[in-house]
Design a protein around this ligand. Structure first.
Ligand code: AMP
Ligand code: ZN
Length: 431
């Protein structure tokens, strides 16, 4: 099922022709902003002078810091009267980064999100419960407008208030949910505590995104609810959700190439890498009037899947995000991604729905402590049983991440629950 078959299945030449056209328009728009105007002059970039998509790699990168430096409106390309909305990133340090949209930008974004939802088989007959934060964060309103464009019935339940979420699901027969993986894990726990089997609620699909999670967590969530879970990727700098989304094949996320030009670069050298190689995702927004952003360094690590997708869509896919360049932990000199730890934990049925990684340094030695909640149904409180589980976890983790972790097994509900983006890592090292 396609939302716009012509665009979604366009040939490579056609896509590149459209991209070149839109890229030149984006550069033209960007050169009107105070930020890019200056950068382009310094780098000798000629507005509308790009002759081929390959020349994109000659343009300078844009970083989150550049957005901060041009706060609040140094990257705005239209008159104030044209802007109808702003959002801001959830970044926890420093000034937020702010994104602006014209009425056309909002409408195009809604179309894009409707396309994503259609690619997973959702229709106007579905009831869509949007359990993402509404507000400056793009996850709530982004999916909301897309679902309305599709014609589904939207329940804007937002995050938290789990008992009310359950009530809404039951009373309105919700069929599709949008939720962070960490909140889903918590909500299932509340549902079970209330004597309900989540599978009996009849939810068919979940869109999981906004934070990194492993394939094992997807499988766990699918089994908990008895549904199909689709990976949803986006970032506020590129609108928000809708940048890349899984189709019914659930095998990597299609990046919508009529809106974005994806590149993979070596994060250390900035050099562009061929399709298939892993590196940092760089995105250029080529379909936003209010705020064109050129070669944005997402810090997210992934690779482009070169093979065509079985669904017939021609827009290239990216693999599940492995982590962020700035999330990578260096523990005792060894590189560790939180996602690697998660993939081991979630393989154990005894492990519950929440965990936390705490890093400490004692006598100049790094220590990695992993606090793991147990799953209530598997938890009998026998010391022997716990010791054995602890040992198995340590062994499996050591085999994968080399460093020797300390595991602390906790009763269900001991760690602070997450309703939005989870905080998984606490680094107490003073480096
Ligand atoms: P924000 O701009 O606050 O919405 O944050 C965007 C960031 O959230 C991205 O750059 C990713 O690091 C992360 N993110 C969003 N969706 C996913 C996803 N499906 N998988 C992994 N990370 C994600
Ligand atoms: Zn596909």
């Amino acid at each position: 099922m396609y939302w716009n078959r012509e665009i979604e299945t366009a040939g490579r030449n056609e896509i590149e022709k459209l991209q070149l056209d839109r890229l030149n328009r984006a550069i033209e728009g960007a050169s009107k902003t105070s930020y890019y105007g200056k950068i382009f002059r310094e780098n000798g970039v000629n507005a509308s002078g790009i002759k081929s998509i390959k020349e994109l790699s000659l343009l300078p990168f844009t970083t989150k810091n550049d957005l901060r430096l041009s706060y609040p409106d140094g990257m705005v390309a239209v008159a104030r009267g044209e802007i109808v909305r702003m959002h801001a990133s959830s970044g926890t340090t420093g000034k937020p980064t702010v994104i602006f949209y014209t009425a056309r930008d909002i409408s195009e974004w809604a179309d894009l999100v409707a396309r994503c939802m259609t690619a997973t088989g959702t229709t106007r007959d579905d009831v869509f419960q949007n359990m993402m934060s509404y507000g400056l964060f793009t996850g709530g309103l982004g999916l909301h407008y897309g679902a309305e464009r599709l014609g589904a019935m939207v329940i804007p339940s937002a995050t938290g208030n789990s008992l009310r979420q359950i009530q809404l699901i039951q009373d309105f027969r919700t069929s599709v949910i949008h939720i962070t993986p960490s909140y889903s894990l918590h909500l299932v726990e509340v549902i079970e505590q209330n004597g309900i089997n989540p599978c009996d609620l009849g939810i068919k699909k979940a869109y999981l995104g906004a934070e990194p999670y492993s394939e094992e967590t997807r499988t766990k969530i699918e089994n908990q609810w008895g549904l199909d879970a689709y990976n949803s990727y986006g970032l506020s700098e590129m609108n928000g959700p809708g940048v890349a989304f899984e189709c019914e094949n659930k095998d990597g996320m299609h990046v919508w190439e009529d809106f974005y030009i994806p590149e993979i670069i070596n994060p250390d050298t900035g050099e562009t890498l061929p399709d298939g190689e892993e590196g940092e995702l760089v995105l250029t927004h080529i379909n936003r009037e209010a705020m064109p952003i050129i070669r944005y360094r997402t810090r997210d690590l992934t690779r482009i899947i070169p093979e065509p997708c079985g669904c017939g869509r021609t827009h290239r896919r990216i693999e599940r995000i492995k982590g962020r360049t700035d999330d990578m932990l260096i523990v005792g000199g060894v590189n560790v991604f939180p996602s690697q730890i998660e993939s081991v934990l979630m393989k154990f049925p005894e492990v519950g729905n929440n965990y936390q990684i705490v890093l400490d340094r004692q006598n100049n030695l790094d220590r990695i402590n992993i606090k793991v909640e147990l799953y209530s149904k598997m938890f009998h409180g026998e010391l022997k049983e716990l010791k054995a589980l602890n040992q198995r976890l340590v062994e499996e983790l050591r085999a994968l991440i080399v460093v020797n972790p300390r595991i602390e097994l906790l009763e269900p509900g001991s760690l602070p629950p997450s309703t939005g983006k989870a905080v998984r890592v606490i680094d107490n090292r003073k480096i």
